[in-house]
Write a protein that binds this ligand. Structure first.
Ligand SMILES: Cc1cc2nc3c(=O)[nH]c(=O)nc-3n(C[C@H](O)[C@H](O)[C@H](O)COP(=O)(O)O)c2cc1C
Length: 266
């Protein structure tokens, strides 16, 4: 309770804050919107962000911490399509390390992604240690060699054993691991959302990324040796991972995927 404060002089009673609230925290009172008792604000910040007059504040999402969006240039339809389609999984990286500043910027964008009921709950482990990543490649290969999924990654195992080829991290100098509490049911869903934001944002920093699915599989197994290797706290589980680095090559074309499969019900 008492999350919301209203500047009655500024409020024009347009009700936008009430309409925007996904969990019905507000109702219209005599002097403007007021908080309903025993509601559970999910801290999405919509009430504050939508107010045309900056009349409402919320302790969970203070007005002072929101960025004024005035003439924000929107991508046009084609720019938006090309922006999304030009994200590619990068599997060839320059031998160049990425600054902590850039890696921090990446995860600071990732945390802003949509999550179930705004539950968030994703933390990040950022690995910059090349030797540790090389050790992880060896352990991952050992794990998948004896896994029932071996047949799916047979080529990766053979090329690693014969030529030392890294099919786990593709030679990327960095790895970002998403972790959540073990009992958090939205851990994986929220991580996919966060890492998708991260992957889309990476090219704006000159970076490329690729989901590290084989590593993630190995790290998600109960009592995985990866948990100790990366100092993952006892109460946490691995819910996603992406490799990060500077792409060695540039894609010249946008690729199509399976044709659209959709049903409209009217
Ligand atoms: C859950 C998931 C796991 C993945 N695991 C790997 C992986 O272990 N190694 C890899 O090279 N690519 C991996 N990828 C990348 C996919 O192969 C890639 O997204 C797909 O081929 C489409 O290419 P694009 O991302 O460039 O559009 C993974 C992607 C997802 C979503």
């Amino acid at each position: 309770m008492n999350l919301i404060t209203l500047n009655e002089e500024k409020c024009i009673k347009c009700k936008l804050c009430i309409k925007a609230c996904p969990v019905n925290v507000l109702r219209m009172g005599e002097n403007g919107p007021e908080e309903i008792a025993n509601t559970n604000c999910i801290a999405c910040g919509h009430c504050v962000a939508i107010c045309p007059n900056a009349a409402i504040d919320n302790k969970k999402t203070p007005l002072s911490q929101q960025i004024e969006l005035k003439d924000f240039p929107k991508l046009n339809q084609q720019q938006a399509e090309y922006f999304l389609r030009s994200r590619r999984s990068i599997r060839n990286y320059k031998d160049e390390s990425v600054s902590r500043e850039k890696l921090t910027k990446l995860i600071d964008i990732a945390r802003l992604a949509p999550t179930a009921s705004n539950s968030q709950g994703i933390s990040f482990v950022v690995v910059q240690n090349k030797q540790l990543l090389e050790k992880t490649v060896e352990i991952s290969i050992q794990m998948i060699e004896v896994s029932p999924l071996r047949h799916l990654v047979e080529k990766a195992i053979v090329s690693y054993r014969k030529e030392g080829m890294d099919s786990i991290f593709r030679g990327a100098p960095n790895l970002i691991i998403a972790i959540s509490n073990k009992d958090f049911k939205y851990g994986r869903d929220n991580a996919v959302s966060c890492l998708t934001y991260l992957e889309l944002y990476a090219p704006s920093l000159g970076l490329g990324s690729c989901w590290a699915g084989i590593f993630e599989h190995c790290a998600s197994i109960d009592d995985s040796p990866m948990l100790k290797l990366f100092n993952i706290p006892e109460e946490k589980k691995v819910v996603g991972a992406v490799m990060i680095g500077y792409p060695k090559y540039t894609f010249k074309r946008l690729v199509d995927k399976n044709s659209l499969d959709a049903t409209f019900i009217v």
